[in-house]
Design a protein around this ligand. Structure first.
Ligand code: 5AD
Ligand code: SF4
Length: 483
């Protein structure tokens, strides 16, 4: 089987590690509990931000059932991998990990190994040959009973998908260390059925979560010192809460954004992912109205060729995409724009590939996730369209896309020189601990001298020089800015 390539640019967010944090004194689960007497669970998370948040939901459910988190697999009685199926290489990595988990079983009796998430949903029984427990994305509430029921000759599986489950009532236990930025899932599943994508099969149909529970969660995070929330969904623009009694009380995504933004001007609001066919003018104007809604849109284009977009079933074409970008930039001139690109989809010609490059040059994205097409079993593309671009050609095209994006990222960053940004401090810079790092509203990473601030403080900076991944800044006084 052909292995696929996955390149994550430096500037993109990395997965955060799991670890034991301070004891939680509040009623609700914000931080992991430490208690040496309780059985320990170790969770590894793969894939998207949604999975990070799902791991936080899983931890909440398991904490309520008496387990505590550990970051040391050697002391865990439950070992879980929350998995991703989006590309073949994501799955291959997990098969390799399962073999390592199984070594733990040889060392210690009674260890339970579980695979949860998208790969559990896709491969079902096939995984039971290797692990004790398999749970799909909609069955996390049953994890405690499943773990209890595991016996050497009786593995447990629950891969039922739901039309209702949103885990709205579960307070996720935050796995990030700095206590500044948190994810909130506002919906689950996807109804789009892009022809290459396995997500609708692993995460099921789309459903939106009650907006009141979303606002309450954001408020609680803010009360606990968090300064930034990212509203997550596979396609946030199709968020729609339908009020059973009164249609006038329905809430769409633009309205939800506004509700969350109104919690406090000190709380930043981000969101991901937008779909080019659905992002509405109302969302764009709402972003413009609130200073604390960050001026960044992740708008996956996938291809610059209308022929490919049609085959991918994206339901927009090149012109539509460029019009949406023009609209965003006319309302929010400094809006950060990032994207996803797939190289080498079925039947992609040299001209289709050139169309992708020319679109990237036209738009000048700040950064991009770039992938070689990986055929996923069960998808429409796998049934209808042959995976006919050779590995060598996919790689060549992907490398061209990556090289171009490197130049575009640099060009986009160079335009920032001299601009002033309000930055939310994340902590010391990794390269130089004397300096601080944090993101501007447009999601660009800034590095700047510390004046003793800590994670969660806001600072004003002026961009002095750039690399393709970072803005190198000096400090400016707040009162000379008009931000
Ligand atoms: N092959 C390669 N990339 C894919 N993506 C989704 N499915 C595939 C696939 N089969 C990419 C898309 C999507 C991102 C999350 O992953 O670019 O936006
Ligand atoms: Fe997959 Fe398309 Fe849904 Fe994104 S919108 S999760 S690419 S089907």
């Amino acid at each position: 089987m052909q292995s696929d390539l996955e390149i994550l640019p430096q500037s993109q967010e990395r997965m955060r590690g799991n670890e034991i944090l301070e004891f939680n004194m509040t009623m609700r689960n914000i931080r992991p509990i430490q208690d040496p007497d309780k059985p320990k669970v170790y969770i590894e998370t793969y894939g998207c931000q949604m999975n990070v948040n799902d791991s936080e939901v899983i931890l909440s459910i398991l904490q309520d059932a008496g387990y505590v988190l550990t970051e040391d697999m050697d002391e865990a009685s439950i070992i879980l991998a929350n998995t991703c199926s989006i590309r073949d290489n994501a799955e291959q990595r997990i098969w390799g990990r399962i073999d390592q988990f199984r070594l733990q079983k040889r060392k210690r009796d009674g260890v339970v190994i579980g695979i949860v998430g998208c790969m559990a949903e896709r491969l079902k029984d096939k995984l039971l040959e290797k692990v004790d427990l398999v749970a799909g994305p909609d069955s996390y509430r049953t994890l405690p009973e499943m773990i209890e029921a595991v016996r050497p000759d009786s593995p447990q599986i629950n891969v039922l998908l739901s039309h209702e489950e949103t885990y709205a009532d579960i307070a996720p236990v935050r796995l990030d260390r700095n206590g500044v930025s948190a994810f909130i899932s506002i919906m689950r599943g996807c109804n789009n059925v892009c022809s290459y994508c396995v997500v609708p099969y692993t995460r099921g149909a789309e459903r939106s979560r009650d907006p009141q529970t979303i606002v309450a969660e954001a408020q609680e995070l803010f009360d606990n010192g968090y300064k930034e929330v990212t509203l997550l969904g596979q396609n946030v623009d199709s968020y729609m809460w339908e009020d059973e009694d009164d249609m006038d009380r329905n809430v769409n995504f633009a309205q939800l954004l506004e509700m969350v933004a109104q919690i406090s001007p000190e709380l930043r609001v981000r969101f991901s992912t937008s779909h080019p066919k659905d992002i509405s003018d109302e969302v764009i104007y709402t972003m413009a109205m609130y200073e604390n809604i960050c001026k960044h849109i992740h708008l996956p284009v996938q291809s610059g060729s209308s022929t490919m977009l049609e085959k991918m079933r994206r339901k927009y074409n090149r012109e539509w995409y460029l019009e949406r970008v023009a609209k965003i930039r006319s309302v929010i001139p400094d809006c950060g724009l990032t994207t996803d690109v797939i190289a080498g989809f079925s039947g992609e010609t040299e001209q289709d590939h050139k169309d992708t490059l020319s679109l990237m040059e036209k738009v000048v994205f700040d950064s991009a996730f770039m992938f070689a097409y990986s055929e996923r079993p069960g998808t429409l593309a796998s049934k209808k369209y042959p995976d006919d671009i050779t590995y060598e050609l996919k790689t060549e095209r992907l490398n061209e896309i990556i090289a171009l994006q490197g130049r575009m990222s640099l060009r986009s960053n160079e335009k920032e020189i001299g601009k002033i940004h309000k930055v939310l401090v994340e902590g010391p810079s990794k390269k130089n601990p004397e300096q601080l790092c944090g993101r501007a509203s447009n999601n660009k990473m800034c590095v700047f001298p510390s004046l003793g601030e800590k994670a969660g403080d806001y600072c004003f900076v002026e961009v002095e020089s750039v690399t393709s991944a970072t803005l190198i800044c000096k400090r400016v006084d707040e009162d000379i800015t008009e931000l």
